[in-house]
Ligand binder design. Sequence first.
Ligand code: F3S
Length: 234
Amino acid sequence: MQIKFKIFRFNPNLENPKPGYKDYEVSTQPGMTILDVLHEIKWQIDGTLTFRRSCRSGICGSCAMQIHGLNRLACETQVERLKKKMIVIDPLPGFKVIKDLTVDMDPFYENMARIKPYLINDEPPPDRERIQSPEDFHKIEDPVACIMCGACTSSCPSFWYDKEYIGPAALAKAYRYTFDTRDKGAADRLEVLDNKHGLWRCHTIFNCMDACPKGIKITQHIANLKKKVIAEKY
Ligand code: F3S
């Protein structure tokens, strides 16, 4: 099927850089993904188109972008299922565009680092590993699936408004470690979580859950973190 793709273009290296859209016609086959289309354009039509990708299997999170108004992974989005004759592709909103569909993810990773995304436990280690029961693992299993694509944080209106907000991805990661029965670092994360750019900037808008390609219940995890902070601090 012949489909028109309207793709956001911006090249800061041009003499007069202006953001805008460029149209491409691509003949698509059943099963073709948006990432396949971007490759087709880059390899056959316009080699200047810039985008990130790596695994092509929904694991690395590199190819998150806005596809016809919704944040999605390009490698997991089949063209046929969108049922459109014209498809608009934009970079992830809320982040600075570096070039075309590539955005600056540094603020995303910096926020992730601020919540100390690792086990904190100063107790002397046992002879072998710190044991966790299957039941306890089940409590954190859902956010463990996060691939750090940034689709959730980029879809959150609170993040668009407040660039200091650490965002749903970092909060879900904070939940994953704070509710890990082997972790003792809840107090170390409190300063980042318990302020107006932390947990309380989440207004339960739910966009993050709609955008997550792994179906992680992010809003629910943020709510559980809020309850924990209230119970333990106030
Ligand atoms: Fe944003 Fe998700 Fe909260 S969209 S406001 S982080 S529920």
